[in-house]
Design a protein around this ligand. Structure first.
Ligand SMILES: Cc1cc2nc3c(=O)[nH]c(=O)nc-3n(C[C@H](O)[C@H](O)[C@H](O)COP(=O)(O)OP(=O)(O)OC[C@H]3O[C@@H](n4cnc5c(N)ncnc54)[C@H](O)[C@@H]3O)c2cc1C
Ligand code: FES
Length: 379
């Protein structure tokens, strides 16, 4: 989780509170998009169709995500959402599942046409490599993990007339399947080059597709019934962590040598540290900013970024999930654990750099940050 205080700085990027208009403070590089319309995909999944009043189209690579900046009780909270449409359009589609107890997703699912949202990005490397046509993609989606895979499927089918895509798409119940009709339409429009295998954990009476959880035994069973995955195939996995692990284990057990990419929706501290955590241990952090020294105490489990922003330090950041390097800091004293995956090189690690968004202090530490928009720490 990433947050930034906006007290007294004008309207929030998402106007849930419908505050008076005025200049809002957004991180450098953020765009202010407008919700053009919303589409209800299922009982708890909504697509926000976003437009940029200042630009004609959205440049990103299919499979990438954007960081949405949302006002929650006076502070801006950042969450990542993959594009679900193909790039190069006037609209950006992000498809959001409302998480029970989540701080942001439910609010976004209640957004309305005309709301404004601060957006950073695109980010991420969950993308297809340059076309070695005719290519074959095998996509495993669990629940809302369909979003980047749908963008990839839409893009590749349209751009590569010989590409073939096999999508294994798991959900709990029939009513949880987002983009059900779109997937059928996409398959029909591309002459069967897209094959969709739906898997339901709790199938309704008369269901003819696969059933059960997407665990390794079930994945193996499903793959047994499908054309074999060649060594040249590209495999993409996106869904709940447990499902991803099971799919990867099933593929490894079959000796699959194809390129496998996974997108983690849960990295980057989506579980918010809370002051009331019973075993919360104080962490003292000293932040050397370009113009001042800030001393704060982090909540247990908080990232350096969360701790810094909570103390109103001018922390540079962008993606919030270890993927862009914008939040790079130099660790002057103490030790910082870095969540995997992250984008720091061996040389940067050896030079004492860390990433604030996925770096968690082991104890008291001192970090040095750069100016927002520049690289973190002294060179
Ligand atoms: C690269 C990437 C792409 C993504 N793409 C999408 C996408 O396309 N669509 C999509 O819907 N999501 C996507 N996500 C996930 C998304 O960013 C959010 O994590 C998700 O919407 C939940 O946010 P939230 O603020 O509602 O929940 P949070 O407030 O972050 O909480 C998440 C869950 O943790 C629980 N929780 C929170 N704090 C605690 C605590 N202290 N103790 C115990 N439990 C706690 C909450 O009850 C909730 O169930 C993506 C994530 C990443 C990293
Ligand atoms: S904000 Fe992108 S790596 Fe930390």
């Amino acid at each position: 989780m990433v947050r930034r205080r906006l007290a007294g700085d004008g309207p929030s990027p998402v106007c849930f509170a419908r505050r008076a208009p005025g200049p809002a403070l957004l991180p450098e590089g953020a765009r202010r998009l407008v919700v053009a319309r919303t589409v209800r995909e299922t009982h708890d999944v909504v697509t926000l169709v976003l437009e940029d009043p200042e630009r004609a189209d959205f440049a990103f690579t299919a499979g990438q995500f954007f960081t949405l900046l949302v006002d929650v009780d006076g502070e801006t909270v950042a969450r990542n959402y993959s594009a679900s449409n193909a790039p190069g359009q006037r609209e950006l589609h992000v498809t959001i599942k409302a998480k029970p107890g989540g701080r942001v997703s439910g609010r976004l699912c209640r957004a309305a046409a005309g709301d404004r949202i601060g957006v950073l990005g695109p980010f991420g490397a969950f993308t297809v490599k340059d076309a070695a046509s005719p290519r074959r993609l095998v996509l495993f989606a669990g629940g809302v993990g369909i979003t980047p895979l749908l963008s990839i499927a839409r893009t590749v089918l349209a751009a590569e007339p010989e590409a073939e895509i096999l999508l294994v798409y798991a959900n709990r119940r029939r009513e949880d399947i987002a983009f059900d009709a779109e997937l059928d339409a996409l398959a029909a429009a591309h002459g069967g080059r897209l094959a969709v295998h739906r898997v339901l954990e709790e199938p309704p009476r008369g269901w003819t597709g696969a059933t059960g959880r997407l665990d390794r035994a079930n994945v193996a069973r499903i793959l047994d019934g499908l054309p074999s995955i060649g060594a040249d195939a590209e495999l993409f996995v996106c869904g709940p962590e447990g499902m991803q692990d099971e799919v990867l284990a099933a593929l490894a057990a079959r000796g699959t040598t194809a390129i496998v990419k996974r997108e983690r929706f849960a990295i980057g501290g989506t579980a918010s540290p809370r002051a009331g955590d019973r075993d919360a241990a104080a962490r003292r952090i000293t932040i050397i900013a370009p113009d001042r020294l800030i001393r704060t105490t982090a909540l247990a489990g908080a990232s350096l970024l969360e701790a810094g922003l909570a103390a109103s330090a001018p922390m540079p950041f962008s993606c919030g999930v270890g993927g862009c390097g914008a939040c790079r800091v130099r660790v002057r004293e103490g030790e910082v654990d870095l969540d995997e995956p992250h984008c720091l090189s061996e040389e940067e690690l050896a030079a004492g750099y860390s990433l604030a968004c996925v770096g968690r202090p082991r104890g008291a530490c001192t970090i040095e940050i750069g100016r927002p928009g520049r690289e973190g720490g002294e060179r």
